[in-house]
Every structure is written in C-alpha cells, then in structure tokens.
Design a protein around this ligand. Structure first.
Ligand code: BGC
Length: 416
C-alpha cells in the first residue's frame, strides 16, 4: 500500500469539552445539568484528558502518528469577562510542549463549540461584541504561547450554526431552547424557560450558544470573529499558520439534481469564500455525503450501512468534498476531521483505509492536502448523545479512566 510522505500531517483530534472533564464555566456544562436537559447525560469528568494528556499523546506518538489536533477551552482561560486565568494558559503550554517533546505537531483550535457562560448571558453568538471578545481571547493566548505554536484553527465548524438553522427549517420545528436540535417539543416551553433563566435571560429570549440556530447576520458574525481573531493573532505572531474549519458533505447531484445540489453547496461552503481568502489553510471536516435529485435531498437507499450516528457510512465522501472545495479554494487544505462512530473496529479500519486512499489520490492529482486528522483520538463525550458514540482510536473505561488502544490506531499510524 502506498504511504503518505513524511512531511504529511497524519494524526488524530480531540476537543476540550469532549475530553478534558469539569469544564464548569461553559454553556454546555450549564445545559447538561438542567432538569429538562437535551443532553442524554452530563460530561462530568469526561475522559480526564486534562490530567491524562501525557499518556494520550504518548499513545498517539507510539502508533506512528505525527500530529495532534486539540482545542483550548475559552471558559478556562477567561472564566469571567474580567478574569483571565494564567494558570490555565500554563496548562496548555504544557500540552503543547508535551507534543513537541514527542515530535508531534500540535494543531491548536481556539474554539470548539463550548463558550464561556458569561458570553452567552450577553447575547452569545448573535451579539456582534463577540467579534472583538473572541479576537482578544485569541490574541492573549498567542501572546503567551505563540512562540511554541505553528498551526491554529480559529473556529471549529464555523458553519455549524447555519446547519442547525437549516435542519430546523426543514423539519419546521420550533426554535430550540438549548444546544442542538430538539425534535421533541412536548416540554419545549418548560425547557425554554429553564434555559433562559440559567443564563440570566428573559424568556422567551433563548441562549445563542454556538450550537443553536443562527440568523443570517449571526452566520456572518462568526466569520467576522474568525477574521478579527486571525488578524489579531497574525499581528502578534506573524509566523502562525491560521485557518478556520468548516463541516461539509460530499454533495452529489443525481438525475437532474444539479440546481438543488448547487444551492446546498452554496449554503455549506461557497458563501463563506470571501472570509477565508486570506487564510493560510482551510480545515475540511466531512463525515458523509448528501445526494440531491430534482425533488431535493434523497433518502438513503434501502439497506445502506449507517454509522452509530444514523448517517450513511461513506468513506469516499471526504475525498469528494476535498475535490469540490479545491475548485474554489486555492490554498492548502488540511482534513481536520473525518471518522466513523462504530462499535466494530474492523469497520473503522476499513473506513480509514478507504478515506485515506481517496486523500492520496487527491494529492496525486495536485490538490494541496497537507494533513489528515482522524476524529477522534479517544472515545469521548459526543455532545447531546453523551458517551454512547464510539469514534475513538482509543477506548476508555470511564470508571477507571484506563485507556485501551484499538487496532485502528496502529493501522492509521502505519500509513506514514
Ligand atoms: C465535531 C466534533 C464531533 C464530531 C462527531 C464534528 O462535527 O467537530 O466535536 O464530535 O463531529 O460528531
């Protein structure tokens, strides 16, 4: 089998709230612990990565992988608007240094879905003030840690809020009270009141968390926050390579579905182009495909394999999405997330093999793909679905926090 060359960034990813544990100052923590919570369970200690990062990075290194993408938790650094916690910046200095000591390239994400509670209480991601607040948080972090950083993602899946709005429009549901999508509206009012109160808002005003639906203005606020943060970090540390990450599908037109497919691609990707033109790279995150015919989104064909998440298992999707992106985005591309939630590690290995074969073909065709980062390094807290989804290359017994590396970890590590 053809391998990636040694400069290629091959690795795996986590996100602070999903693995660290006890992120008590963020909006997810608040919402996980509401009586009418839409989360299946609270994150609690998660997989204790905050204390066990050394072991996790060591396992990643031993597998042969060379890159670790993780995120800094904003609510740890700035737990109140006027409270900057230097000790937490030092924690992330240790994490980055641990990567470097192990010969691992860190890709640092400044924001991965969880916001400080105080930010949501002041209008969250619909309040234009978030633009300068986010830029200042990023600037402060790189003013301390920039000299040991190289790759930075500003915002994870900057288009996630828009996706949620689109889904809600399609199902005609009431705007959701809490994080994510509430398909069950039976207790929506009680949940809505509780969610408002938890953030000190006046019902019916709802918290504008990062994973709640957005207005068209809110969609652009996110992109402006990205630009402001990128410029502030560049001014502080010109050597940093800075990009954003977007979640996309491999959007496919079938039997005259071109117009519908194009409209979807514009919503998912094209309309963001003006805001990412000056970035050093684009982080592409893709998990599956969507097929459109003349009537619209096509249902899954009978019997297609689905992942634990309920969407089509489609390892070819990521390469398809990268090819589509490369038609309009001419900079470097890093696949910052791709993966599968499955209980069967053979299925995972097979998925990774096919997905990475597709990426190698993209590279052979001249598309500048600089890295492939599997989601996720560890089985972890999958937001509203709690700990039931197993994406990880490493399993975890959360009672003892013992790590159990899976075969797929070593398989991916052998591809370089
Ligand atoms: C997110 C992760 C999430 C993963 C799997 C991505 O959308 O960045 O936080 O766990 O998908 O659902």
């Amino acid at each position: 089998m053809k391998k990636f060359n040694k400069n290629f960034m091959l690795g795996s990813a986590t996100a602070a709230h999903q693995v660290e544990g006890n992120n008590i100052y963020n909006d997810c923590w608040v919402e996980e612990n509401l009586k009418h919570s839409l989360y299946d369970e609270p994150s609690l200690d998660a997989v204790d990565h905050y204390n066990r990062y050394k072991e996790d990075i060591r396992l990643l290194k031993e597998s042969g992988l060379n890159t670790y993408r993780f995120s800094i938790e904003w609510s740890r650094i700035q737990s109140e608007r006027d409270l900057w916690n230097h000790k937490e910046i030092e924690h992330y200095r240790d994490v980055i240094n641990c990567c470097l000591d192990n010969g691992i390239t860190p890709i640092v994400t400044m924001f991965h879905f969880s916001s400080p509670k105080w930010l949501i209480s002041m209008g969250g991601w619909e309040n234009p003030e978030v633009i300068s607040l986010f830029a200042e948080y990023c600037r402060r972090v790189v003013s301390e840690l920039g000299d040991i950083m190289e790759y930075v993602c500003t915002i994870n899946e900057a288009n996630m809020r828009m996706f949620i709005s689109e889904i809600l429009k399609t199902i005609g549901a009431k705007q959701d009270a809490q994080v994510g999508i509430n398909l069950d509206s039976s207790n929506a009012d009680a949940a809505g009141i509780e969610a408002s109160e938890a953030f000190g808002l006046k019902f019916p005003e709802q918290p504008h968390t990062f994973v709640s639906p957005c207005t068209p203005e809110g969609d652009i606020i996110v992109m402006k926050a990205h630009e402001a943060a990128r410029d502030a970090m560049k001014a502080e540390c010109p050597h940093l390579k800075i990009g954003i990450t977007l979640t996309v599908h491999n959007v496919i037109a079938v039997d005259g579905g071109e117009e519908n497919a194009h409209a979807e691609w514009d919503t998912e990707f094209l309309h963001y182009l003006p805001y990412i033109q000056h970035d050093d790279f684009l982080g592409v995150q893709c998990y599956t495909r969507k097929r459109f015919n003349k009537k619209g989104l096509m249902p899954y064909a009978e019997g297609v394999p689905l992942t634990q998440m309920g969407y089509e298992e489609c390892p070819e999707a990521v390469a398809g999405a990268v090819r589509d992106i490369a038609k309009n985005f001419k900079g470097d591309i890093i696949v910052t997330e791709n993966g599968i939630a499955t209980a069967d590690d053979h299925v995972r290995s097979h998925f990774i093999e096919k997905a990475t074969d597709g990426i190698k073909e993209c590279i052979d065709d001249g598309i500048p793909v600089k890295g492939y980062i599997y989601w996720s390094l560890l089985d972890n807290f999958e937001w509203q679905k709690g700990y039931s989804m197993t994406f990880g290359l490493i399993g975890v017994d959360r009672k003892t926090q013992t790590r159990y590396p899976k075969e797929s970890l070593y398989e991916l590590g052998s591809f370089i």
